[in-house]
Design a protein around this ligand. Sequence first.
Ligand code: BEZ
Length: 326
Amino acid sequence: MLKLTTALAVTLAVALPGALLAQDKTFRVGLITPPVHVWNKEVDAMGVTLGEMSGGRMAVTAFPSGQLGNEETMLQQLQTGALDMAWLTTAGLTVRVPDLGALHAPFLVDNIADAAKVLRSDEAREILDALPAATGTVGLCYAMTGMRQIMTKTPIASAQDLNGLRFRITPAPPIQNFFEMFGAAPAPMPLTQVYDALANGQIDAIDMDHESILNFGYFDHAKNMLETNHQMFGMVALISGRVWAQLSDEDKKIVQDAAQKHCDQTIDRFVSEEDSKLDRLKAVEGLTITEDVGSEFFGDIVTRWDAEWAAKTPYVARLRALTAAF
Ligand code: BEZ
């Protein structure tokens, strides 16, 4: 049987020079998020979809919780082909693709439904075209985690109270600039280190989304939350450029379609669950939540941030124009 299969493969390869043969493939997918996160559940579901669409030839093995390293390390593994796929934050890619920084413009959108519209826009899609040259990866699709909120150990009454606080941030220049602009001391740190850093007092505050706050229970050590919605937080489903180049056109379509299905489902889940997650946080004993904290709380930060980032990417102006029309 083995000999027959091999003989058939050789015959086909001779008959179809240049054509790539359909192969069995288990994609190794890296994530910084833990198994309970929506991204991880959708990656597992993507494995099932790939199996169905490929007649059982394709599958997924997920490596959650930064098991393979932080996002930059995973990006390097994608570049060499040591890792097949990863679901990485748009933030983590901004060093290499500054245009993605525009998605982190403060108060770009008023709510998560508008964040979904931005991620599904032609403008956002266009930015993914820069990925192969800048990162050696192909961006299959966008998804997101929730809008960003602020959690602190001490109560916050005004922006002055945030001054000098050591704030854990996702390592990314546009985020660092935002926090510096209101006088905080940003401490870039991977998601996997945040809980312990809060617990041992290494940091005073974090910016985070509802899903991760619930998953990790950051309110154990930060009892104050400002519902700022100050930033949307995107994700890009990436495949190694080397792995992509080895796929036949038919298999590329299967991978693209399966990824798109689960990116879309991820976005839809975040949009529909954002309010109920806030309700769950409101029920946490000892957590004080200040709602409706708008951009005015941070003074003229939007103007200052835009002035700095408009010099780095035209997408700041383009995305502001897009969202102004929502
Ligand atoms: C973070 O770095 O804060 C983060 C990363 C991935 C998902 C959620 C949060």
